[in-house]
Structure formats: structure tokens, C-alpha cells
Design a protein around this ligand. Structure first.
Ligand code: HEM
Length: 121
């Protein structure tokens, strides 16, 4: 059986990473207005998405349908500044995590690539 990134990282560490990330977002003067105060639900969505992306249960798809991330971000102005803020918040959360180094590297390059892909301005 194939060992997934989800198996290697574990859902508790994914949960903590996303929780710490949203704690950063809440205090981010550029990004927090975009989330319109709906942090708990947004946290759950990103958590379920990451679980699924990393090879865990596909609860995201079952609750939200196909991710279509580009389309779902189209209403938000994502320029270089917003992208850098998003990534800086995620970097802080990763730095505080005890996820293994190899897994952290994998996550970090995925976040960088996806953030660049989602830029729309
Ligand atoms: C580049 C900077 C980014 C900005 C400014 C941004 C902003 C946002 C905002 C404002 C939302 C709506 C919150 C909600 O109600 O769920 C959202 C949702 C979401 N974002 Fe991002 N995002 C960024 C990058 C990313 C990246 C890199 C990923 C994936 C690794 C991602 C994954 C998601 C997911 C899965 C949702 C929930 C979609 C849904 O089911 O509706 N975002 N994002």
C-alpha cells in the first residue's frame, strides 16, 4: 500500500498548521478583510482541502465539490502583495510546526506554486 503525505504528516499536525495559519491571517491587515470574519468556516475548508490534497479522506470534495481553486479565488484581488502576505503567514505557521523537515519542504513548495498560480492581478 502506498504511504501518502497525509499518512506521513498526520491529521493532528495538519489541523494545527491550518489553525496557526488562520491565527496569523486574522491579524494580517492586508488579508483579514478579505475573509469577512468567517475564519472558523474558512479554516475548516482549507483543512479539509489539505487533508484531501495530501491523500487523506476526500471530505472536501464531498462537502464542497471539485476544488476549482482558481475560480473560487476569482472574487479576491490577489496581487503580489496579497500573495506574499499569504505565504508569510503560512511560513510562520510552518516554522512553529513540528512537522518533519522533508514534509515541510514538500508543503512549502506546494504552497508557493499554488499561491503563484492563484495570483490574478
Ligand atoms: C495567494 C494568496 C491567497 C489569498 C489572498 C487567498 C484568499 C482566500 C480567501 C479570501 C478565501 C475565502 C475564505 C473562505 O470563505 O473559505 C479563500 C478560500 C480558500 N483558499 Fe485561498 N487564498 C490564497 C492562496 C491559497 C492557496 C495557496 C491555497 C491552497 C494551498 C488556497 C486554498 C483555499 C481553499 C481550499 C479555500 C476554500 C475554497 C472553498 O471551498 O470555498 N488559497 N482563499
Amino acid at each position: 500500500m502506498q504511504v501518502t503525505w497525509y499518512d506521513r504528516i498526520g491529521k493532528e499536525k495538519i489541523r494545527k498548521l491550518i489553525r496557526d495559519f488562520y491565527a496569523e491571517i486574522k491579524n494580517d491587515e492586508v488579508l483579514s478583510p478579505m475573509y469577512k470574519g468567517d475564519f472558523e468556516e474558512a479554516e475548516e475548508r482549507l483543512y479539509l482541502f489539505m487533508v484531501q490534497y495530501l491523500g487523506g479522506p476526500d471530505l472536501y470534495n464531498r462537502q464542497r465539490g471539485h476544488p476549482r481553486l482558481k475560480m473560487r479565488h476569482a472574487d479576491f484581488l490577489i496581487d503580489e502583495k496579497a500573495k506574499m502576505h499569504w505565504l508569510a503567514n503560512m511560513k510562520n505557521a510552518l516554522d512553529r510546526s513540528d512537522i518533519g523537515e522533508e514534509e515541510k519542504d514538500f508543503l512549502w513548495s506546494y504552497f508557493q506554486q499554488t499561491a503563484s498560480f492563484l495570483k490574478n492581478h
